[in-house]
Design a protein. Structure first.
Length: 400
């Protein structure tokens, strides 16, 4: 570990904030940094970029260091910067701690490659395991995005529980019920002229799309009139999902929209009769909160972090039981009363999760590690955040 002068600067690995398309971990880094930048004191935050400049939306006074490199950016270029001009602390929200580093905090999003190894290739498992082992050993403190991820870290890597602090994601402000004009625009753009059940997420085996498709076929046989719409980038892991779509006897009722721009997701969520997220495992499950915030009725798996994230705002299915998934499709889509009930419950629950709250809790962790103060996961909360707690009636979160 590099020795460094004690100083107050918190470094932020911003190598993922400009990535496109922006999936879950990139969204986390981008949204968290935007809120951290508004909470940081003058000259307290420094962002390291592998692009020329910060994306739009950040305060002008946010300090950034551009360090473009064709390859080996983390262990080469960023490591050199850490050795040459180290901050008091480096925070890595969605990547790997560099080989040379000061004290560091890293976020671990999930251990899906260990919990469901069958959903990954041997090479993927090896690469993810090597990176995770390095991160959790090199970090002074670990942020887990859910208590499920914390439990998995303790179980699989024998990490001391007190080294891990849980800080949930927030929900981007753009996720709110869409107006009729927005919905009509998106429906016309994607050719959605019927009611639909929506599933959102990369076409990875752990998203369990083949089971969702089988459940949809059972529901249609039982009289379901809605279509099934899947939004998610394809790639090398998409084969099982695409095969299930092609082999379906009702494939004309199944739409794959591929990757959908963030601006189009709120209207898609808002108009859905049901959002079904039947993943085998999630370290968090951001689409559940996004859908709830848009007023969609949501059903999620009873496994992984989804019960922790969706709470009382969603219905639950057994992801290994096709009939369980099918039954919830039929039950909710067939009842206007239930649809309205879960629209309301979901919106109420999702208000607990904001990026300002997530950033305030994260900043508390970063400052504590930088300043050699102890921090206890069980005590981490609004009472320790002077001035950060939202006022009653505000849009910055509610106590859970």
């Amino acid at each position: 570990m590099v020795s460094q002068p004690r100083q107050r600067v918190i470094g932020f690995d911003g190598s993922r904030i400009s990535s496109r398309p922006r999936t879950g971990t990139e969204t986390y880094a981008f949204e968290l940094l935007k809120s951290l930048a508004t909470l940081a004191e003058p000259d307290e935050l420094r962002v390291y970029l592998n692009t020329q400049e910060l994306p739009e939306g950040f305060p002008e006074e946010t300090e950034s260091v551009s360090m473009t490199a064709p390859r080996l950016w983390t262990h080469g270029r960023l490591s050199w910067e850490m050795a040459r001009r180290p901050p008091g602390l480096l925070f890595v929200p969605s990547h790997v701690i560099p080989a040379f580093h000061p004290r560091a905090v890293v976020t671990v999003h999930d251990l899906a490659f260990l919990v469901h190894p069958e959903a990954f290739t041997n090479r993927q498992r090896q690469e993810l395991d090597i990176a995770t082992r390095w991160n959790v050993r090199a970090a002074t403190k670990i942020i887990a995005v859910s208590r499920r991820t914390k439990t998995d870290l303790v179980e699989h890597y024998r990490i001391a529980p007190e080294k891990i602090v849980v800080v949930h994601h927030g929900v981007s402000r753009g996720f709110q019920p869409a107006g009729a004009a927005q919905i009509e625009r998106v429906q016309l753009a994607f050719g959605l002229d019927r009611e639909y059940i929506l599933s959102v997420g990369t076409l990875h085996p752990r998203k369990n799309y083949p089971a969702v498709i089988s459940a949809f076929e059972l529901a249609v046989d039982a009289g379901l009139t809605a279509d099934l719409v899947i939004c998610g980038a394809g790639g090398r892991d998409a084969a099982s999902t695409l095969q299930a779509i092609d082999a379906s006897p009702i494939r004309e009722r199944i739409r794959w929209l591929r990757y959908v721009d963030q601006n189009d997701l709120p209207p898609l969520y808002s108009a859905a009769s049901l959002v079904m997220l039947a993943s085998l495992y999630e370290g968090f499950g951001m689409p559940a909160l996004e859908a709830m915030s848009c007023g969609a009725p949501v059903a999620v798996s009873s496994t992984g972090a989804l019960p922790e994230v969706a709470g009382s705002g969603a219905r639950y299915v057994d992801p290994l039981d096709v009939e369980s998934i099918s039954g919830v499709m039929l039950e909710l889509c067939g009842s206007a009363e239930l649809i309205e009930r879960y629209r309301s419950l979901g919106q109420q629950w999702a208000r607990r999760f904001t990026w300002r709250r997530s950033a305030a809790l994260t900043m508390n962790v970063l400052r504590a590690v930088r300043d050699d103060r102890e921090i206890n996961d069980d005590r981490l909360g609004w009472s320790e955040l002077a001035g950060a707690r939202p006022q009653p009636g505000s849009n910055d979160g509610v106590e859970g």
